[in-house]
Every structure is written in structure tokens, then in C-alpha cells.
Design a protein around this ligand. Structure first.
Ligand code: ASN
Length: 317
């Protein structure tokens, strides 16, 4: 064996081989099918599409640490968008807008511990949607309907690709199972989400995560939260997160203090809240590449990228 074949591929070689994969055009076509069907579903349901923003003076604080991605411009600090959660709420201040969605690029410069999860990219796209005056039950039903709609369309439009990549056509689901984190944790321990995902054959809901201040605390049960995640089955893990939102000034401030979010950063948002300006909303966002991964049964979500975005890994383009 020649010495060269034993050495690690260079970053350039790895990049070229990643973008030349024979399966890539097929995976991309399925992903296109997901986005196309999603647009049609949103249009049919009357949600207004907003264009994405990549820079903002405020962005999602997230409930885990990432490397800061902000730049100085026009005597202000602008963060790269981690999610458009606040823009969804603020856009719904317009009395003529009741529901909206955004195909939103998110930059989350994850640390090395998320490089090997198979579920993380440091730059990805989520379909983020929000409804004024609706609750968690409405949003959960909406998502269940969206998944069946997208899956049906993929089966109709791309059956050969689905068969080749997934090994079978996509299912249609009945009502999804609902679990609570505290109950699963008591039964399965700290790794409950992954264990349950590996056991499951259909997507399910996981309720009540302790998270960012904007996820509403249950007024009837303080210390529990009116949020919900979609967990894809077969071990593919989290695919969506969403919640009913905090919109009342005092409660927002209480929750900020609880999770350690700086009030200073959110001063203007809080001013609007103080005037009662933040509407009562509920919504969610699903990761496009993660849905592609689940549908195509990809080992790693990075297989859905043309240019690798594996956390904490060098990329050339
Ligand atoms: N899109 C999520 C939501 O609507 C927030 C996020 O991505 N962190 O709750």
C-alpha cells in the first residue's frame, strides 16, 4: 500500500469528496421537495411569508452556550441570527397579520461537543412559524398536518428517490403520541430523549423543557413550561421546538431573571412589552436539514449539505 493512501485526506480533498458524492443531488432534490411542499402548505393555510434576516441587534439567547457571532456596524452591535423568534412576535404586532412563516437561516457557532451528534450544523435552515391568538394544541395539530402533507407530496412527486434513499415510501401518521420530559426522565434517566427516540417508530411530542425566557411558563403549574418538541423516531432525535410565548411584561422579566438573560440587551423589546405591545402568540420551527435527514435516513445531518457545516470543523468554502 502506498504511504499516501494511509494519510488523512486534506481538508481540500474532504471538501471535494463531500460535494462530489453521488447521493448528494438526490438528497438535495428531496430537500427541495420538502421546502416546496411546505410553501404550498403554508400558502394553503393562509400564513404570510416573511423574508429572513441575517443580522439583528437582538437574537435568540438560546439555552446553551455558543461562540459569539456579532459584528460592529453603524455604531451598533449586530448578531447573526440564531433564530427569528423575536421577529416573529414583533411582526405579529401588525393588526393585519395573524400568522406568518420564514425560511430562516440560523447561525449557531456550536462548540466541539456537538460535532459528533449527527444532528448539529453550525449553520442551518429552519422553517419558523407563529400564530397570533393560538395555543399549543393548535400548533401541534398544524405540524402533524404539515408532516402528512409534505410526506404525501414527496411520495407522489419523488417516489423513486424516496424508495432509493429511505428504502420505502413515507408513512401517513395518525395522532402523534405525547410525553412529558419529567415523566420520561423518571422512567428512563437523563438520556430519555435519545432512548425514546431510538425505541420509537413514529414521531412524538415531548412537552415541558426548561428553556429560554420566551417559552411560556404554565400559570397553573409554575416551574413547568408550555413548550413542545417534535422528536423524530429511529434515533433521529429533535426535529422541531416551539411554545406558547410569554407576552406579559412582568412575567417576561421574571423569566429573564430566572434563566439569566440580560435585560439590557432586550431593553427595547421590554419597552414594547411594558406597553402591552407583544401579542399573545404560539409557534414553532423545524430544522429543514433534520427533516431531510430523517426522511432519507442519513447517518449525519451534514450529509444534507453541499458545503460541510459540521460544528467546530474546518471548512474551506
Ligand atoms: N424556532 C423556535 C421556536 O419557535 C426557537 C428556536 O429555534 N430556538 O420556538
Amino acid at each position: 500500500m502506498e504511504l499516501e493512501t494511509l494519510t488523512e485526506p486534506t481538508v481540500l480533498e474532504a471538501t471535494v469528496s463531500h460535494l462530489s458524492r453521488a447521493r448528494l443531488p438526490k438528497i438535495l432534490k428531496v430537500q427541495q421537495g420538502i421546502v416546496r411542499a411546505t410553501h404550498d402548505f403554508m400558502f394553503k393555510k393562509g400564513l404570510t411569508q416573511l423574508m429572513p434576516l441575517m443580522l439583528s441587534p437582538i437574537t435568540d439567547p438560546l439555552n446553551h452556550g455558543v461562540v459569539d457571532a456579532s459584528i460592529g456596524y453603524a455604531e451598533q452591535r449586530w448578531s447573526l441570527t440564531k433564530s427569528m423568534i423575536f421577529h416573529k412576535q414583533l411582526a405579529l404586532m401588525n393588526p393585519g397579520l395573524d400568522s406568518l412563516y420564514i425560511v430562516s437561516p440560523n447561525v449557531r457557532l456550536e462548540f466541539g461537543d456537538r460535532a459528533g451528534t449527527g444532528r448539529h450544523l453550525f449553520e442551518f435552515t429552519q422553517v419558523d412559524f407563529e400564530f397570533k391568538g393560538k395555543d399549543r394544541f393548535f400548533v401541534m395539530e398544524f405540524m402533524e398536518e404539515l408532516v402528512n402533507f409534505v410526506f404525501r407530496r414527496l411520495n407522489e412527486e419523488l417516489p423513486e428517490l424516496i424508495l432509493e434513499l429511505r428504502g420505502e415510501l413515507l408513512p401517513q401518521y395518525e395522532k402523534w403520541a405525547v410525553y412529558r420530559t419529567e415523566k420520561l426522565e423518571a422512567a428512563l434517566g437523563p438520556d430519555h430523549e435519545h432512548i425514546k427516540s431510538r425505541e420509537a417508530t413514529e414521531p412524538f411530542w415531548l412537552l415541558n423543557h426548561k428553556r429560554e425566557f420566551y417559552d411560556k411558563e404554565d400559570p397553573k403549574k409554575p416551574g413547568t413550561y408550555l413548550n413542545y418538541d417534535v422528536i423524530w423516531p429511529e434515533g433521529f432525535g429533535e426535529g422541531l421546538s416551539g411554545a406558547e410565548r410569554e407576552h406579559e411584561y412582568h412575567q417576561i422579566r421574571r423569566r429573564m431573571a430566572e434563566v439569566g438573560t440580560s435585560e439590557e440587551t432586550f431593553a427595547h423589546y421590554l419597552e414594547i412589552a411594558k406597553e402591552g405591545g407583544i401579542p399573545k402568540t404560539a409557534g414553532a420551527g423545524f430544522g429543514v436539514e433534520r427533516m431531510t435527514r430523517f426522511i432519507c435516513r442519513l447517518k449525519d445531518v451534514d450529509e444534507a449539505t453541499v458545503f460541510s457545516r459540521k460544528p467546530f470543523t474546518k471548512a474551506l468554502f
